[in-house]
Design a protein around this ligand. Structure first.
Ligand code: F6R
Length: 369
């Protein structure tokens, strides 16, 4: 059942190229860059008069929503708010008929997310679900559902469900970017082509970087505190990387926007507190800022495990350890940078003898508050 893998989580990490491909299938034409969401009964009318988008979700699915804010605001020019479902449901969010609530849930059964959906619906919002489990409660109660086609996810830690959610959000951003006219047809075509080719890239990459991350876990597995830093669209990926590490290896890990370092967390830096830094060279000014942050950490004797663009000797030289990844567009970078962080968390947990598929105190589907 684990297809030769020692754990479901590893199997599911390796299944991501397939999951992304299945989620894209029939929905994206790389020739025209056009997105077709008719399988979700979505047409331009559904989005008419849209003034604001709310992403509502928990945990890893919430991190997908955070990425969604960067993508939808940039590509479609629509203001986006992202809320934890447990917060959204107990405040009085400014939701009305001009609001689209996008609820994201692998299981489709998360209690807080379901309550958020009902609240948004009662306030007159249009509700779109991004759901993996067919016919789940959230799928049934949303006005429309775009299914992620990740297949069953057995490991408690979400992996392929997350990258499939990111894939749907990219499709949505391309779709709404086209509708709003903010995304040029040329850019849409380029992105569509890159997205369609991405599963192939990932398929080659995973077996290549896995041994390296396993080796790195040998160096790092005794540490009890980690900081994960990213900026811009990779800030949510830093949050997700830290969540993966803490939930399966029980190592304390905090994700931070790197620009916040000076506002507190830099006080933690010392030899026994490694920093994981996400710094693709393609990220322009943000790359320079990440490099400064890494220098600040190193000058306080903090070890840095950097993930950046392959061939970036400057970054490799600055960091204690370096993992090089292929260059990709800004929009695709969350999909790419997530995967090695999953492999790192997995190998760390295995090295520490943790029950990777069934971490203590956690359930796959959180149907109570
Ligand atoms: C973390 C994880 C959880 C879920 C969260 C929401 O790896 O799996 O944080 O993401 O419980 O679950 P769904 O997406 O089923 O609503």
């Amino acid at each position: 059942e684990k297809g030769g893998f020692p754990h479901f989580m590893l199997k599911e990490i390796y299944e991501q190229p397939e999951a992304i491909r299945d989620t894209l299938r029939g929905r994206l034409d790389p020739e025209s860059g056009r997105v077709d969401l008719s399988d979700a009964a979505l047409s331009p009318e559904f989005f008419e008069g849209l003034r604001k988008i709310f992403f509502v979700a928990c945990g890893t699915s919430y991190h997908a929503g955070l990425v969604g804010k960067y993508l939808l605001e940039a590509l479609a020019g629509i203001p986006v708010e992202v809320d934890l479902a447990s917060e959204f449901r107990y405040r009085d969010p400014l939701v009305d008929e001009g609001t689209l609530a996008v609820v994201i849930s692998q299981s489709g059964e998360t209690a807080d997310t379901l309550a958020g959906l009902r609240l948004a619906r009662d306030k007159g919002a249009r509700v779109l679900g991004i759901v993996n489990v067919l016919g789940s409660t959230i799928a049934r109660e949303a006005h429309r559902v775009i299914y992620t086609h990740a297949g069953p996810e057995i490991g408690v830690a979400s992996t392929k469900a997350f990258t499939s959610q990111l894939t749907v959000i990219l499709l949505l951003a391309l779709y709404l970017g086209g509708l709003s006219g903010r995304l040029s047809p040329e850019r849409a075509r380029l992105l569509a082509r890159e997205l369609v080719e991405f599963p192939g890239l990932l398929q080659k990459l995973i077996p290549k970087v896995h041994p390296l991350l396993k080796e790195l876990s040998e160096h790092y597995f005794r540490q009890e505190n980690f900081l994960y830093l990213g900026r811009n669209i990779l800030f949510p990926v830093a949050l997700e990387g830290a969540l993966k590490l803490k939930e399966i290896s029980y190592i304390h890990a905090e994700g931070y926007a790197a620009g916040e370092m000076k506002h507190g967390p830099i006080a933690l830096i010392e030899e026994s507190v490694p920093t994981v830094a996400l710094a693709p060279r393609e990220s322009g000014v943000v790359y320079e800022k990440m490099v400064s942050n890494i220098e600040e950490v190193r000058s306080r004797r903090g070890p840095v495990l950097a993930f950046g663009t392959q061939g970036d000797e400057h970054l490799a030289g600055l960091s204690t350890d370096f993992v090089g990844l292929p260059p990709v567009s800004w929009e695709i970078s969350p999909l790419l940078y997530t995967v090695p962080l999953q492999l790192f968390a997995y190998e760390m947990a295995v090295r520490r003898g943790c029950d990777v598929d069934q971490p203590r105190n956690l359930a796959k589907s959180v149907t109570v508050e």
